[in-house]
Write a protein that binds this ligand. Sequence first.
Ligand code: PMP
Length: 406
Amino acid sequence: MNRADWDAVRKDFPILQRQVHGKPLVYLDSANTAQKPEAVIQAVDEFYRQHNANVSRAVHQLGSEATEAYEGARKRLAAFVNVHPNDLVLTSGTTQAINLVAYSFALPRLQAGDVILVTRMEHHANLVPWQLIAERTGAQVVPVDITASGEIDLSSLRVQLKAPAKLLAITHVSNVLGTVNPVAEICALARKAGITTIVDGSQAVPHMPVDIAALGCDFYAFTGHKVCGPTGTGALWAKREHWQSMPPFFGGGEMIREVRFEKTTFNDPPHKFEAGTPNIAGFVGLGAAVQYLSTLGMYAIAEREQQLLAYASQRLESVDGLRIIGTANNKAAVISFLIDGVHAHDLATLLDLEGIAVRSGHHCAHPLMQYLGVPATCRASLAFYNTTDEVDALIEGIARVRRMLG
Ligand code: PMP
């Protein structure tokens, strides 16, 4: 895609036209949540104006339109990541998805002495559920080391991938370091050792074509709001044999076949794991989001973001006293950094006054911060709708903040 096309794409996002503190918004926090294009906003609006009803329970026209829209969104989402829709359970996000694996799959299987391997770069969503399961079962959570550049240390992982390890929790892309992990290679090693793999795809699915079927993992979780969809949406893919063997996690409406006081039988997956009224309008919006991204093309998006990443990295590296945290060879457009003598929170607060939104803090990865020996980082995360002019605005903003702080 040429520059003019990306300029047009940017106009699809109404929020990017607004001002913040009297300055044009420069939104560099897409790893936190992505902005929403008009197509998504309209799809949600149209659902509530024209089709709103509950799914699966009503025989009336609106009920069947809502069910069709919800199941249509599942099909679109499944096609987007190359899996069968029946193997894709819709969740409120990655957090719910990983907890579902933890409580329904891992809890009944683990016992004292077992090991759950968790990489040092995991978001709390792919660590804390494992700690809770370890507490209940007597299993142990063991960290998988990373290298100085922020890549998985494959040689030490190879040693760990054997009994008593039972599970490996690994992120596809780090939300702090930007590292793209070689998950297909790692899952192949784990599979050979009989270890179940849970991949957190939250930061991968928005930025690159993801073919879950080709990764060879057991579970893959991702979240809708980072894929330009509404908040409160996400999905969990699992191998069919796992869905078949897992008991339901939540019980209630929608997930049953027949309920008697003596005994209840359950619906087939994926419905067996979707108790209660889902975020129907949210998923309709997510369906529109993945259609929008597919029209742009995920290869084109990845290429565009790689160009922005290269430009931003090179400009940031030239800032005196600035250190980029996470220098893996294969990175997504996430740049964590520290500046000598400037606290990350002060920098983010002062940049905000310039209309520039970056995130500062621990990025829900406390153990990674402890490992790196820093309390917090500043993080600029880019999406295809950002521009090199916005990167320039960040660099100028940093220079102004430094002058201000003397
Ligand atoms: N994993 C990673 C790598 C993330 O970046 C996030 C969101 N910051 C999550 C998990 C959690 O996603 P959600 O809050 O949408 O469940």
